[in-house]
Design a protein around this ligand. Structure first.
Ligand code: BES
Ligand code: ZN
Length: 954
């Protein structure tokens, strides 16, 4: 670091900081060429025009790095009656090169006044010099033009007064409302800034690299409380009976992590082992639902502090349930905000999967306090360094703190979910260019979160948990309060060998010729960076094709493509230049050992010590690759499953089911073979494996049912109910058993009732009537609650009653279940009514509209309705949700991705094209079109096979 400082020709003043934490900020290397003030005067035509008609002196989306913020003093006074706020700030900046202007982000703020003081001015208490403010809304930037050039290496203080309305949506400083038990509607004000919305709340250097300290003051009425990242130091009384809370100065952090809330919530608190005060806040009537979150966050905070060997650096951590929230949760440092369903556990109405979700979200956001907050990616192209790690850490921390949740058995599904997207050509590399706010928002997707987590898990398995952990601790310690990029991570992981590894001759440096980043693995040199860039800079997932020839295994790697077959003309070109460094693992019939092999060429051969009757690759499904067994490979595995499935580990059985059906979609395995593989499921003792098999059968059922192919629908229904009858009949309508027992109960009974299985419908109807008779007081087992409501929603009286209860319920978990049930009605006018309520945003909140449209689109009676609605109301939807937002992407994907005919594809294509003509182009459009094409292809190829297989199977 000192070197890079020298290279940048840092002078003495900066040299002073070189020993401090601030160093990296000062030594920021600009990644792009910046127009200089001279350029500005020489070539004014190259610059944009500000709102007042003058030239705006900056043309890039990214801010210049000549002026950097050190400290923000922020004062905010929201008015929850007039729904606006007035505010002021003083930003202490350091000028690195002489300049005539300061460029800041600002979006939708009315700037009333801006002044500048030099250090000297401050020292002699001279008034600030007034600055001219230019605004360039297209880039959400303002330019503060200074009368005299600012001098290099000096600090200045910029003071800005500004005001705005509290935002209507879910970003910036926005209003949220909730209903009390007594029926009163109350308003709170809350922030949500990631990725680029801090600039909606205060003018700032709104990029993750510009870390600074923040001192926040909030003025409020006495009936409210104010919360922010740091604890309150004092409250002072000001004019008009108002109170002003002063919060402690934060550690150095990025703007997107700043947060403040004005509300009237209550809390429960506890103290972590390290003394950190943890509190969970919710609206007053929901206080009783906060206890599980407090228990979980205390446990998880203790876990992370020990695991990372780094203390959580703030004195307190608040977790707040916000009634209107865009995403699931947001990791603001010290003040984590959550959607109510992600934090509040109501013992009466929250199911096991609700509990698992809450635990996961808390674990995720707490992990961010290190991965993301303490160490932040340099730029949004590497958001996976935040999100992939937080998702990976969920696995590590929940396994350790809540082993009874058996979360480990669910992690594979994280990988399976992203494989669906990553095996389309429309996928993108984990590290991907992103410049505009929309592109940046689009980076928050399954690839960053899930593929990120899965490749980290694969690397952990390859390096061993101990070395991986040592490496990530190095990374966190080295880059604390700073920013990092991919290479920094790989370097930290490469240098993670323990002292003993040098002498053991094991999996670490053993050869003096190797570079410090090289590990030796089974006698081969492995460059971690070279290996990992094949996973982060290259999109897609590899397919490993295995062919057994006597004692030899012939290996080949390809790019796995869903919906494109080898015989298609585009297959060849889509394969070009793809190559992964794959850490393979395998087990064979002859030993229990886990064998390893590092595949970094297109083809390779493995010689086994003896012939084996079967071989299974990707042990425990820890690797991010799909395996195809050519020749008799699949037959051998199917025989094995049928004869004694327990010879394979449960996760290997799940992996086989997954891979087999993926290979069907890629045209590499026939559907009847994959279905034959599931025949052993009648004897399957592992619930996750059973659920995986069921998931595919259910998926096929939905696909066929939507297309109204009644003979297959009937036969498949018959097959499922017959085949799984023993296990369906075994289910009780209770909450007993382990987490997986309970998950199985929910899935099986839901499916049975959906397929109109008489005993299921009878029991659910009976429970629903009792519940209505008890005026909603009867306690129904939480695992079957959604099923009971869904069956109840099939009559008009039941549906109406549920809608009424929806408005009254104080449990977000219950409301979600009711809303789902309402969306399963067969009556289109009822479905339309729900959409109207969702658009109105009163009874059904706007935050739930995306999930509602998705649920309605899954209902065969609602699919066309939901899609037509989206097409016809696109402009209305755009007013509610940002273009790149998760909600809008969910609405688009949720209402189209199930289509499976050429006509539907054409219709969707036309709609997307009309949007493109209006200048709207999103990555999700391509994903949808490819998904529909894949569905069409699947049906063309497999429909008759499915029909015939069912005929011989029932
Ligand atoms: N940092 C994100 C919140 C976020 C999401 C900000 C999208 C900007 C755009 C947060 O840590 C997160 O990942 N939340 C998840 C929940 C998590 C358990 C997967 C979410 O909101 O879905
Ligand atoms: Zn996250």
């Amino acid at each position: 670091m000192v070197n890079s400082c020298r290279k940048l020709n840092c002078n003495i003043y900066i040299g002073f900081y070189c020993s401090a934490i601030i160093l990296p900020l000062i030594c920021i290397c600009s990644q792009f060429s910046q127009p200089t003030i001279d350029q500005f005067t020489k070539d004014p035509g190259a610059f944009p025009v500000a709102t007042n008609g003058e030239l705006f002196p900056w043309r890039e989306l990214r801010l210049p790095t000549v002026v950097i913020p050190l400290h923000y003093d922020l004062f905010i006074h929201p008015n929850l009656t007039s729904l606006d706020f007035v505010a002021s700030e003083k930003i202490e900046v350091l000028v690195r090169d002489a300049t005539q202007f300061i460029i800041l982000h600002s979006n939708g703020l009315e700037i009333m006044n801006a002044t500048l003081q030099s250090e000297e001015d401050l020292r002699y208490r001279k008034p600030g010099k007034k600055l001219t403010v230019l605004s360039y809304p297209a880039h959400q930037q303002i330019a503060l033009m200074v009368p005299e050039k600012l001098r290099a290496d000096l600090r200045y203080s910029v003071a800005i007064d500004f005001q705005a309305k509290l935002a209507d949506g879910f970003e910036g400083f926005y209003k949220s409302t909730y209903r009390t038990l007594g029926g009163e509607t109350r308003t709170i004000a809350v922030t949500d800034f990631e990725p680029t919305e801090a600039r909606m709340a205060f003018p700032c250097f709104d990029e993750p690299l510009f870390k600074a300290n923040f001192s926040i003051k909030i003025r409020r009425e006495s009936r409210h409380i104010a919360l922010s990242n740091m604890p309150k130091i004092k409250t002072v009384e000001v004019d008009g009976g108002l109170l002003e809370d002063h919060f402690g100065t934060t550690v150095k952090m990025s703007t997107y992590l700043v947060a403040y809330i004005v509300c009237d919530f209550n809390s429960v608190s506890g103290t972590a082992s390290s003394g950190v005060k943890v509190s969970v806040y919710a609206s007053p009537d929901k206080w009783s639902q906060t206890h599980y979150a407090l228990e979980a966050s205390l446990k998880l905070l203790d876990f992370y502090e020990k695991y990372f060997d780094i203390q959580y650096p703030l004195p307190k951590l608040d977790l707040v349930a916000i009634p209107d929230f865009a995403s699931g949760a947001m990791e603001n440092w010290g003040l984590i905000t959550y959607r109510e369903t992600s934090l509040l556990f109501d013992p009466k109405t929250s199911s096991t999967s609700d509990k698992l979700w809450i635990t996961e979200v808390i674990a995720h956001e707490l992990a961010h306090q290190w991965f993301g907050n303490l160490v932040t990616m340099e730029w949004w192209n590497d958001i996976w360094l935040n999100e992939g790690f937080a998702t990976y850490m969920e696995l590590i921390s929940v396994n350790a703190t809540y082993p009874e949740l058996q979360f480990d058995d669910d992690f594979m599904n994280t990988c399976f979910e992203v494989i669906k997207k990553d095996s389309l050509n429309s996928s993108h590399p984990i590290s991907n260019q992103a410049e505009t706010p929309t592109q940046i928002q689009e980076m928050f997707d399954a690839v960053s979160y899930k593929k990120g987590a899965c490749i980290l898990n694969m690397l952990k398995d390859f390096l061993s948990e101990g070395k991986f952990k040592t490496g990530i601790i190095h990374y966190l310690k080295k880059f604390s309060y700073r920013n990092a990029k991919n290479d920094d991570l790989w370097n930290s992981l490469s240098n993670s060998c323990l002292e003993s590894d040098f002498t053991s001759g094991g999996f670490c440096y053993s050869d003096s010729k190797t570079t410090s980043n090289t590990l030796t693995f089974l006698g081969e040199n492995v460059e971690i960076k070279e290996m990992m860039t094949t996973w982060t800079l290259q999109k897609g997932i590899p397919l490993v094709v295995v062919k057994q020839e006597g004692r030899s295994l012939r290996l080949r790697q390809e790019r796995f493509l869903n919906g494109v077959f080898r015989e298609d003309p585009e297959w060849g070109p889509l394969q070009e230049r793809y190559l992964w460094h794959i850490p393979l693992t395998y087990a064979t019939s002859s030993s229990n050992e886990i064998h390893k092999h590092f595949l970094k060429s297109k083809t390779d051969t493995l010689d086994l010590p003896e012939t084996t009757s079967w071989v299974k690759f990707n042990v425990d499904s820890n690797g991010y690759y799909i395996v195809h067994y050519e020749g008799h490979g699949w037959d051998q595995l199917i025989t094995l499953l049928n004869q004694n499935h327990t010879l394979l580990r449960p996760k290997d059985r799940i992996g086989l089911i997954h891979d087999a059906f993926q290979l069907v979609s890629a045209g590499r395995l026939t559907l009847d073979k994959a279905l034959d593989l599931t025949r052993y499921l009648q004897r399957e003792t592992s619930i996750p494996a059973l659920l995986k098999g069921l998931e595919y059968l259910e998926l096929f059922y939905h696909t066929i049912d939507r297309r109204n192919i009644s003979d297959i629908t009937e036969n498949l229904k018959h097959y499922i109910l017959q085949y799984f009858k023993p296990v369906i009949d075994m289910q009780s309508w209770s909450d007993e058993g382990s987490v997986w027992d309970r998950m199985l109960r929910s899935v099986l009974l839901k499916l049975a009732c959906y397929l109109n299985h008489t005993p299921c419908i009878q029991k659910a109807t009976e429970l629903f009537s009792q519940w209505v008779e008890s005026s909603g007081k009867l306690n129904i087992s939480t695992d079957v609650l959604k099923i009971v409501y869904s069956v109840g929603a099939q009559t008009t009286a039941g549906w109406n009653y549920l809608l009424e209860q929806y408005g009254l319920s104080l449990s977000a978990a219950e409301k979600n279940k009711i809303l789902y049930a309402l969306s399963t009605s067969k009556h289109q006018e009822k479905l339309m009514k729900l959409i109207e309520l969702g658009m109105e945003g009163k009874v059904i909140k706007t935050q739930d509209l995306a999930a509602l449209l998705h649920a309605i689109a899954r209902n065969p009676k609602g699919q066309q309705l939901a899609w037509n609605f989206v097409k016809e109301n696109w402009t209305h939807l755009l007013k509610k949700f940002d273009l790149g937002s998760f909600a809008l992407r969910m609405i688009i994907f949720g209402t189209t991705s199930h289509f499976s005919s050429k006509d539907e594809l054409q219709e969707v294509k036309l709609f997307f094209e009309s949007l493109k003509d209006q200048g709207v182009d999103l990555e999700i459009f391509q994903i949808v079109l490819e998904t529909i094409s894949k569905n069409i292809r699947w049906l063309e190829k497999n429909l008759s096979t499915l029909r015939n297989w069912l005929l011989i199977s029932i």
